[in-house]
Design a protein around this ligand. Structure first.
Ligand SMILES: [Zn+2]
Length: 154
């Protein structure tokens, strides 16, 4: 999304709309996938060598829980969003790379379905050391077989 500086009046410019979620470029196998476009609502202005934008960004994500693998909706909201860029004589500013970076930074790196406390994750705790039943059943029987062999060989 590019903003031309000569289109910004002295009092600033309000821009609102949607950007395609493809700009996030998260990849198909990501644990976090955008479920809709990036909605922005920004006031932009420039002053001297600086361009700045303030407002809000919103994207809905579909995440896979790192513990129970359940898919859940994660609505990302950046309500007090602010960005600033040096102009260096440029006539246009592309907001997309900064928006992308800020959205990715705000995403949870290990999404859990119980992020808002509305549900309890049914997945195993990472620290869990619950023994699985299988080895306990197999180990004695293996020793039993050995004992039988010993008995037979006598
Ligand atoms: Zn979960």
């Amino acid at each position: 999304m590019k903003v031309h500086l000569n289109q910004i009046p002295d009092e600033g410019l309000h821009i609102g709309g949607e950007e395609p979620e493809a700009i996030l470029d998260l990849g198909k196998d990501a644990l976090v996938r955008p479920a809709g476009p990036i909605r922005y609502d920004l006031d932009v202005n420039s002053s001297g060598n600086s361009f700045f934008a303030t407002g809000s960004l919103a994207v809905d994500f579909e995440c896979e829980c790192g513990r129970c693998l359940e898919t859940f909706r994660y609505p990302l909201r950046l309500e007090n969003y602010a960005m600033q860029e040096d102009l260096d004589g440029r006539e246009t500013v592309d907001l997309t790379p900064t928006m992308r970076e800020d959205i990715l930074l705000a995403l949870p790196s290990y999404p859990h379905c119980d992020w808002n406390g509305e549900k309890v994750c049914s997945g195993p705790l990472l620290q869990s050391v619950e023994p699985s039943a299988a080895p306990d059943q197999e180990t004695p029987s293996a020793w039993d077989e050995l004992d039988k062999l010993k008995i037979q060989s006598r």
